[in-house]
Design a protein around this ligand. Structure first.
Ligand SMILES: Cc1cc2nc3c(=O)[nH]c(=O)nc-3n(C[C@H](O)[C@H](O)[C@H](O)COP(=O)(O)OP(=O)(O)OC[C@H]3O[C@@H](n4cnc5c(N)ncnc54)[C@H](O)[C@@H]3O)c2cc1C
Length: 376
């Protein structure tokens, strides 16, 4: 979100300094693990669909700026029982926004995409627009694009605190002190440290990804295997065809339900982590149940309702917070950058951001008091 925001500021001719505590790119941000799903029929809420349409456009624009393929369309599968939130939500988005889709039975899916072995009680909403993004390359592309428009980017520089008064913000890092008119905070799982107001409201959660060697590799190629988002009795699995690195990739939302602090999370992968993901592979993708090729820990930053926070800080109108992307934010980077910069420069945005108001998560309804604040 930070790299997209920096690009957006620079593209609009603004002077921008982007700071990251680690390298650019780094191996600890929420975007690691090579790929992220993008889908248009959105089971989480139909209000995301206009933002998704814009996101697809922005990813294609970024591809042409970077001269590199970043977005791969494979088709997308939402799977679950007919009455599941995933199926109901996905179909609602399709209906409200007239999205191309097909409803398929489990056996139809196996005939068309033989890597899938879904139980009879599941149905599938197939969306032709589903696919994946090369997330780490996308961050690099946004940073390069920002640099080429004159942005300044400092890696290995940690924001320690900020202090805002109307029209003026002082940012203190472990290397220096900066004065600016506006500040956009996009600290991902480190948000509780950077936006203390959000500390109880955005919670980092440990996640694990697993790549396995398919026994029938031909069934797990981008041309034969759509990405999926599946609500199963064991939980919600998601996954990808083999691409760029070896192996079929699978993850499970809220993995082992481990709330953590981003700086002290256990980044090792354990047999219990693998067992939980293997269960999903054996049951639903048995032809992918070959040897382990890789595993990786990364972090969600969850809000209570799973929706994002993109808003003015309640105590400082010139500080914008974009956080709490709750395990589904990557696909929106470009449009989040647009919204954050709209709010920073114009004070408002043409996008419907009601769902992302910070006040919904707090008792006080998000009152914006323009008084000086100190944050660490
Ligand atoms: C396992 C997993 C799978 C996911 N799958 C999907 C998916 O398929 N599709 C999808 O759309 N989304 C997915 N997501 C979610 C998506 O990756 C995140 O929503 C997105 O990366 C969040 O972006 P962010 O910029 O908020 O956080 P990050 O990507 O973590 O970036 C935050 C950056 O801020 C820096 N930072 C933090 N604090 C400071 C500080 N004090 N000073 C300086 N720098 C600081 C960090 O170093 C980091 O680089 C997934 C996430 C995970 C973990």
């Amino acid at each position: 979100m930070g790299s997209a925001t920096a690009y957006e500021f620079a593209k609009r001719g603004r002077r921008v300094l982007a700071l990251d505590q680690f390298d650019v790119p780094n191996a600890l941000g929420a975007y690691v693990g090579v790929t992220r799903i993008i889908r248009l029929a959105y089971s989480e809420h139909s209000k995301y669909v206009p933002l998704l349409r814009r996101s697809y456009e922005l990813w294609r624009d970024l591809e042409s700026v970077a001269n590199e393929p970043l977005l791969f369309i494979t088709g997308g599968i939402d799977a679950g029982e007919e009455r599941s939130d995933t199926i109901k939500g996905s179909l609602q988005s399709c209906r409200e926004h007239a999205l191309a889709h097909e409803v398929m039975s489990a056996s139809d899916v196996s005939r068309r995409f033989p890597g899938y072995r879904l139980p009879r009680q599941m149905i599938v909403v197939y969306q032709p627009d589903g696919g994946f993004l090369m997330s780490e390359r996308c961050v690099v592309a946004h940073v390069n694009a920002a640099l080429s428009h004159g942005a300044e980017v400092h890696a290995r520089e940690c924001v320690r605190g900020w202090d805002a008064t109307p029209g003026h913000v002082v940012v203190t890092t472990d290397r220096g002190r900066y004065e600016t008119g506006t500040l956009v905070l996009t600290a991902g799982p480190w948000t509780p440290k950077t936006v203390t107001r959000l500390a109880p409201l955005v919670v980092a959660e440990r996640q694990v990804l697993l790549w396995t060697q398919p026994r029938k590799p031909e069934h797990f190629q981008p041309a034969s295997f759509p990405i999926f988002n599946m609500e199963a009795p064991e939980g919600r699995f998601y996954g990808f065809p083999v691409h760029h690195v070896p192996g079929f990739k699978i993850g499970k939302y809220h993995h082992r339900h481990e709330s953590v602090e981003a700086d002290s999370v256990d980044r090792d992968c354990h047999p219990e982590d693998e067992a939980l993901l293997r269960e999903g592979i054996r049951r639903y993708f048995p032809d992918a149940d070959g040897p382990t090729l890789a595993m990786k820990v990364c972090l969600f930053a969850n809000t209570a309702d799973g929706h994002f926070v993109i808003d003015h800080h309640p105590d400082a109108k010139n500080v914008i917070v974009a956080a709490g992307f709750s395990g589904h934010g990557f696909k929106f980077c470009g449009v989040v950058g647009e919204i954050a910069v709209d709010l920073a420069i114009e004070g408002s945005t043409r996008w419907d951001v009601e769902l992302f108001r910070m006040g919904r998560l707090t008792d006080e309804g998000g009152s914006k008091r323009p008084r000086p604040t100190r944050h660490s």
